[in-house]
Design a protein around this ligand. Structure first.
Ligand code: ADP
Length: 404
């Protein structure tokens, strides 16, 4: 009997062992799975942080370069690669290996030794002609040990261009103002030195002084207009503008000038009505007609016509049959102070700003300017204006109204 009990006990012990064993294995497997899960999550968190960091760096407008403690590139963001036109992998290279710019390498070495953020202006080789502002600083850990270098690159090219344009403008203005001013000063001094006692000489000198003060006045007026237009301070008083009426006024204001050169002024405007500022349109037409008379030929002809373009805008054309404009000057005549023949322009009382003013006024109306010319065959200036329409009324309706 005891033998049976012994057998039962042994069998129970064996099954208990297996039960424990299975339970232990299960636990171990679960633990291993938990560990694996935890590790995967940890990796995911690190990966997410890395991706976020990458997205953040790549969305920066400034170029960013991180160097490790051995001055090797650890990270270069997208803006950096665009600034330097780099397409290859830069990780692990030195600045000189990656870009071949020794100035930048010197900056890196300085940033390692100097305990401050360095500021440096770098001009990239001629091909891109870019100007960059570079800030460089050493990165240190909490123990004060150097971990690497960070470099941030800002693109200064546009600012530099604006600075150059401003400098050129100031130089041009000073030159333009100085010329009539020194003439006035010179003649006044000569008059005071005794020339005023000779009535004939005095009259001649006073006429020169008068002409030059008039030129100064024109120049200052044009400078004020152009500065107001360029800074967007000019508010347009938009209303229906009958082009024929504007041209009539300009022709009558300039008739004396035209008669002096025996120039015939003709127009074919066909009742066109623009949606524009009448005072500014008059300025545009007056500048173009004045130029056509000034630079056109004696006994010549100036013609104004208008047509409707495919996009619905009105295109006005002012043409003359004068000597025209050389091809290389055609793209530049709308620039401030550009003149084909400086002496001739000054002689005619030109300020060199007329066409720049025309361009700004037309652009403020959302229009475009253009010029076509062949040497010896005259010049034709065009500008576009929006057509006056009552909600979507066709141009002809506007024409009919103006004709009535
Ligand atoms: P300016 O005050 O010198 O007339 P603009 O800006 O009005 O200045 O014109 C710029 C230059 O364009 C002029 O100096 C002249 O050389 C040239 N130009 C303008 N209109 C004509 C034209 N109709 N025919 C020939 N040259 C012209």
């Amino acid at each position: 009997m005891w033998f049976v009990w012994l057998l039962i006990l042994a069998a129970s012990l064996v099954s208990l062992h297996f039960w424990w064993r299975r339970r232990f294995d299960d636990q171990r497997r679960r633990l291993a799975a938990d560990m694996e899960n935890f590790q995967r999550k940890q990796q995911q968190v690190t990966l997410d942080a890395k991706v976020q960091q990458q997205v953040l760096f790549n969305s920066m407008l400034e170029g960013l370069l991180l160097l490790d403690r051995h001055r090797k590139i650890h990270l270069a963001n997208r803006a950096f690669k665009n600034l330097f036109g780099v397409k290859t992998e830069l990780r692990g290279k030195t600045v000189v290996e990656a870009l071949r710019i020794h100035e930048l390498d010197d900056l890196v070495k300085r940033a390692e030794t100097e305990q401050q953020v360095l500021d440096y202006e770098l001009q990239l080789p001629e091909i891109s002609g870019r100007w960059l502002q570079v800030n460089a600083a050493a990165i240190t850990n909490s123990a004060g040990e150097r971990e690497g270098i960070i470099l941030v690159f800002h693109d200064l090219t546009r600012l530099k261009q604006l600075e150059r344009t401003r400098e050129e403008f100031v130089a041009n203005v000073s030159h333009e103002l100085r010329t009539p001013l020194s003439l006035i000063k010179g003649y006044v001094e000569t008059l005071l030195d005794g020339a005023m006692h000779n009535p004939e000489v005095a009259e001649r000198f006073l006429k020169i002084i008068d002409r030059n003060s008039h030129r100064l006045d024109l120049l200052i007026q044009d400078l004020l207009i152009i500065s107001a237009l360029e800074s967007g301070r000019v508010k347009l008083d938009l209303q229906p503008v009958t082009l024929a009426a504007i041209v009539d006024k300009v022709y009558s204001d300039l008739s004396a000038r035209a008669q002096n050169k025996n120039v015939a002024l003709t127009a074919s405007l066909d009742g066109f009505v623009a949606h524009a500022d009448p005072h500014r349109v008059e300025q545009v037409v007056a500048n173009l007609v004045d130029n056509a008379i000034k630079y056109g030929r004696t006994n010549g002809r100036v013609m104004i016509s208008a047509s409707q373009r495919a996009d619905g805008r009105i295109e006005v054309r002012v043409s003359d049959d004068g000597p025209g404009i050389p091809p290389e000057a055609l793209t530049r005549v709308f620039e401030r102070f550009y003149r084909v023949d400086k002496a001739r322009s000054r002689d005619q009382g030109g300020t060199g700003l007329g066409l720049a003013i025309v361009k700004h006024i037309v652009q403020a109306h959302g229009g475009e300017v253009g010029v076509k010319s062949e040497l010896g065959r005259g010049a034709a200036f065009t500008f576009t204006l929006p057509v006056e329409t009552e909600p979507d009324a066709p141009l002809l309706e506007a024409k009919a109204k103006s004709a009535a």
